[in-house]
Design a protein around this ligand. Sequence first.
Ligand SMILES: *Cc1c(COP(=O)(O)O)cnc(C)c1O
Length: 363
Amino acid sequence: MIDIPKRIRNLTPYIAGKTIAEVKNKYNVDTISKLASNENRLGCSPAVRPAVQRALDGIQDYPDPLARELCSELAKRNKVEESEIIIASGSESILSILCRSLLSSTDNIVTANATFVGIYVQAGVMGAEIKKVPVTRNYSFDTSAMLESIDEKTKILYIANPNNPTGTHIGKSEYESFIEKVPDHVLVIADEAYFEYARNEEDYPCALDYRKENVIVTRTFSKGYGLAGFRIGYAIAHPYLIGQLMKSKLTFEPTTPAQAAALAAINDDEFLEKSVSLVKKERDKLYSFFDDHSVEYVPSISNSVMMICNNEQDAVQFTQGMLERGVILRRLNAFGLPNCVRITIGTEQEMNHFKDSFQLDSD
Ligand SMILES: *Cc1c(COP(=O)(O)O)cnc(C)c1O
């Protein structure tokens, strides 16, 4: 057999969630609420479909490798230069580009033990050591412990703010003093996949307001904008770093239809507002429901809420029971939180389905 390097053999394969059709068939349920992957349950902007249709007219040609039209719009909206932006096939692709460009097997990255799994995979591919600093008792990033675990071999410090799967965030004053203390040789990846949900929160520090040369901010069209299937995201950083990253990006990512979809989506503020306010409203209602049922959960500024079960077995039973009633949730064993379950905030109807199906098997 082909000799596969250990760094690849050591990776854990991604277990795909069940599709709606699979759940319908297997458990014989009519209504499915897919609350497992933090997608936008309202869909996407109605402006996307005609824009994509138009883009298909040029589908025989390679995409614009610089995604110029979208880039210029993003620059305007974020008040940065176009040379400070990279656009790729999802923020996961940007994490991959960063790991490919920066890491070798003698380096390490510092992050938390309960955060976006994508960063573990991409750093693992390069054979880098991943220092997973335990989150605090409140499921927040332990910023001082993270600073302490930085050493001369550390190349990247990864934070997601707000974090996935916990929904927690680092507040303004903590973020400011933390970012100040990160040594210059370490690149901070500030993953803002849930930026659109978080940005109007009082104590949310958008990383762009605290810019340093060693900080890159990643964003995505997959969550608030509802374009996960297109695979498109972007990052903002110092032009020198962006120039280097552009060299190892797959030349023609993202696709032409994805670029068109993203451009249509960011120009529809109304749809975004509707999505964000729906999440806020349904999230508050879910808190009350949990309070009424004495369920432990972690308050969130994202489009998901993490529920805490007594132990792993309870979490397994709960998610399995909900699945059999048509509610697909994400158990968080792969995220290092085996007793926790993540619930994506859906439409009012989906959340009612969740509540009506809610059963904690008591002993
Ligand atoms: C969903 C998610 C991503 C992935 O975004 P894509 O743009 O779809 O690749 C990245 N980071 C975090 C924290 C996420 O939750």
